[in-house]
Design a protein. Structure first.
Ligand code: SAM
Length: 207
């Protein structure tokens, strides 16, 4: 991860701009992936186990796609999406023959093939520069029908330089409350160091 300031965005090469796939390709290529838990986080596993039936799930910015492997093993339909070919190659190695729809595409422009009942968030919103946050809020609302869910981990803190870019609770509310109602908000006990003490597990229901 590296520093990012709005004033320098224009002059930085693609591999220093997190809105560009090259930024992430460089880090996956170098093996510098401090956000990668290398496992499925506890609250996510508990949430999945508690659902009465499988939900068609989208994982945007899936990276290594550990959670997609977990969902496929549980028999859930899942699309794992990432715009970095290097991330997708890493996910492909981890997923092997798992029944996951692994897609290399941009979250903001890809065309879904079926409606989603769940979007899973982990280290994706905080990977996006602030200028893309409003678009993220619009896009998750556009991809989910009323009654369906956005669930996952949110990096709630005042960290301007990123990624990871911190978001304050009121800023997240501003992105989501017009279209979503928060139905869960819990502390996280198994965070990896880069997120420790600053992430929360949340579930939002589409209005
Ligand atoms: C910090 S990593 C998190 C990966 C994974 N979610 C995890 O928890 O390990 C952010 C990922 O989002 C991907 N990404 C960033 N912007 C994207 C976009 N617009 N569309 C699709 N993927 C994107 C990057 O390529 C990268 O793999």
């Amino acid at each position: 991860m590296s520093d990012q300031t709005p004033s320098s965005t224009q002059i930085k090469p693609a591999e220093q701009r997190p809105e560009h796939p090259d930024f992430w390709c460089k880090r996956f290529g170098d093996g510098t992936t401090p956000w990668d838990a290398g496992r499925v986080p506890d609250a996510f596993a508990a949430f999945i186990a508690a659902q009465p039936a499988p939900l068609n799930t989208l994982i945007p910015g899936c990276g290594s796609a550990w959670e997609a492997a977990h969902l496929a093993e549980a028999g859930w339909p899942v699309t794992a999406l990432d715009f970095s070919p290097a991330a997708v190659a890493t996910a492909h190695e981890i997923l092997g023959n798992a029944a996951v729809d692994l897609v290399c595409a941009d979250f903001f422009t890809f065309t879904p093939t079926a409606p989603y009942a769940l979007i899973y968030e982990r280290a994706f919103l905080c990977a996006l520069p602030r200028k893309l946050w409003a678009n993220w809020g619009k896009r998750v609302a556009e991809l989910l029908a009323p009654g369906t869910l956005l669930a996952g981990y949110f990096f709630l803190c005042d960290q301007a330089k990123g990624p990871p870019f911190g978001i304050l609770p009121e800023q997240l509310d501003e992105l989501l409350t017009a279209n979503f109602e928060q139905i869960e908000d819990a502390a996280v006990n198994d965070s990896i160091p880069v997120f420790s003490g600053r992430e929360r597990w949340q579930v939002w229901r589409r209005r």
